[in-house]
Design a protein around this ligand. Structure first.
Ligand code: FES
Length: 142
């Protein structure tokens, strides 16, 4: 009687090797001021649109201008630069009134400009803001 090969119970994982993770992307923004050099806040007043777009206790991110406008419970508007104070990346995400930097995850309060999550330690730069005929005009700090 011929011997039958016994089935192997051993499982061989093929293709499961994972390339080593090198760098973790930290080299992209190693020091303050090394973000996208093209990203900047307005150097002159800009019309951001109807003030009705910013609700009370809310905020709106204007990515094209790197500005966030927030409105507190009393209706007063605030404007901040959305160039991250950690390494200069433009912040591209707003959840509620929390700004989230895509580079290293710093978070800022859009109502106060303060850091709510490191690695950033400095608050966002405040800009001037006013309304004219129902339009929001924001620009460099006065
Ligand atoms: S640039 Fe590093 S968290 Fe924003």
């Amino acid at each position: 009687m011929p011997a039958r090969p016994s089935p192997s119970r051993r499982t061989v994982l093929r293709g499961a090797a994972v390339a080593p993770v090198a760098g973790l992307g930290l080299a992209a923004c190693a020091a303050p001021g090394q973000g996208d050099p093209a990203a900047a806040t307005p150097t002159a007043p800009v019309d951001l649109g109807a003030e009705t777009e910013v609700p009370k206790d809310g905020a709106k991110l204007y990515r094209d201008h790197n500005v966030v406008i927030s409105r507190d419970g009393s209706g007063a508007l605030k404007a901040y630069s959305t160039i991250c104070t950690h390494a200069g990346c433009p912040i591209d995400k707003l959840q509620g009134t929390t700004l989230i930097c895509p580079c290293h995850g710093s978070q800022f309060d859009a109502v106060t400009g303060k850091v709510v999550q490191a690695p950033a330690t400095e608050p966002l730069a405040e800009l001037s803001v006013k309304t004219t005929k129902g339009r929001i005009i924001a620009g460099p700090a006065a």
